[in-house]
Design a protein around this ligand. Structure first.
Ligand SMILES: Cc1cc2nc3c(=O)[nH]c(=O)nc-3n(C[C@H](O)[C@H](O)[C@H](O)COP(=O)(O)O)c2cc1C
Length: 246
C-alpha cells in the first residue's frame, strides 16, 4: 500500500544478531524518534536507559529469564515509566500532586508514554534495516534490575528493547483474524470460532518454523506464559516506588 504500512506489516522480532554495530548518529536518531511519540498531557513520563556496559548487559540478560541474545544486539535500552521528574518539579514549586502520583492512573500514563516511545524507536530501527525484540523478561527480576539501575522513587522499568542488525529473521508470525480483535459498536463475545481457526494456523506456523520440532499452537504457548509468569513481585515493587497505591 505504501512503504510505512509495508514496514509495519513485515515486523518480526529478531533474536539473532550480526556483529555490526549502529553508529552514535543512528542511536541519536532512534532516541529523537522515540521522543517524537505522543505523550499523555505532554507529561513525557518516561525515561530510557541505554545499557552500555557489557558486563551489566550480560547480568541483566541472565536475570531477565536467561535470554543471552539480549547482550548480543548492537544496543539494549530499558524503558521506564518516570514520574520522578514531575515529582521533583511539583516539590520545587510547592504543588501537591501526591494523590495523582500514588494513583494507578499515573502508572498507566507512564506505561503508555514509555510504550509509545518504544514503538516509535522500533519502527525507526526497522526502517534502518535493523531488528528488535522487546524484553518483558526484565520484570522477572524487577527488584534486582531496578536496584542495579539505581532507579529512584516514582520510576519503574517496563521492558527492555534489544536492537541490532539481524543475522536470522523468523517468518512472519500470523496474527489473529481481524474479526477476533476488531469489534464494531459493541464488544463481541462470539470470538471462539475465530480462535479455533487461528489455532490451526499457528500450529502449522510453529511446526514449520521449528522444522516439525514444536507442535504447540498459540493457545498452548500463551497459556503456558500466563501460568509461568504471574510476576507477583510487580505490585509490591510499584508500591515501594510510591506508585499504584490508589
Ligand atoms: C512488552 C513485550 C515484551 C516481550 N518480551 C519478550 C521477551 O522477554 N523475550 C522474547 O523473546 N520476546 C519478547 N517479546 C516479543 C514477543 O514474543 C513477540 O512480539 C510476539 O511473539 C510476536 O512475534 P513477532 O514480534 O515476531 O511478530 C515481547 C514483546 C512485547 C511487546
Amino acid at each position: 500500500m505504501n512503504e510505512t504500512i509495508d514496514l509495519l506489516q513485515k515486523h518480526v522480532s529478531v533474536r539473532q544478531f550480526s556483529d555490526k554495530k549502529m553508529s552514535e548518529a543512528q542511536v541519536k536518531e532512534l532516541i529523537l524518534s522515540a521522543q517524537a511519540a505522543s505523550s499523555s498531557s505532554f507529561l513525557q513520563a518516561y525515561s530510557i536507559i541505554g545499557i552500555e556496559e557489557e558486563e551489566l548487559k550480560r547480568k541483566i540478560a541472565r536475570l531477565a529469564g536467561n535470554q543471552p541474545f539480549i547482550a548480543e544486539g548492537s544496543h539494549f535500552f530499558i524503558f521506564c515509566a518516570d514520574m520522578q521528574r514531575l515529582n521533583k518539579l511539583a516539590k520545587k514549586r510547592n504543588v501537591d500532586i501526591q494523590l495523582t502520583l500514588e494513583g494507578i492512573d499515573a502508572t498507566l500514563v507512564g506505561t503508555v508514554d514509555a510504550s509509545l516511545a518504544a514503538q516509535n524507536m522500533t519502527i525507526a530501527a526497522e526502517s534502518m534495516g535493523m531488528g528488535v525484540c522487546y524484553i518483558g523478561g526484565i520484570r522477572d527480576a524487577i527488584v534486582e534490575i531496578s536496584e542495579m539501575l539505581e532507579l529512584p522513587e516514582y520510576v519503574f522499568p517496563i521492558f527492555g528493547l534489544v536492537i541490532g542488525y539481524p543475522k536470522v529473521r523468523n517468518d512472519l508470525k500470523p496474527r489473529m483474524p481481524i474479526t477476533g480483535i476488531y469489534h464494531v459498536n459493541k464488544y463481541n463475545n462470539e470470538t471462539d470460532r475465530v480462535v479455533d481457526e487461528y489455532e490451526e494456523q499457528t500450529k502449522n506456523y510453529y511446526a514449520h518454523r521449528t522444522g516439525g520440532a514444536k507442535k504447540h499452537s498459540w493457545a498452548e504457548s500463551v497459556l503456558s506464559s500466563l501460568k509461568r509468569l504471574p510476576r507477583t513481585e510487580t505490585k509490591p515493587f510499584l508500591n515501594q516506588q510510591g506508585m499504584a497505591k490508589k
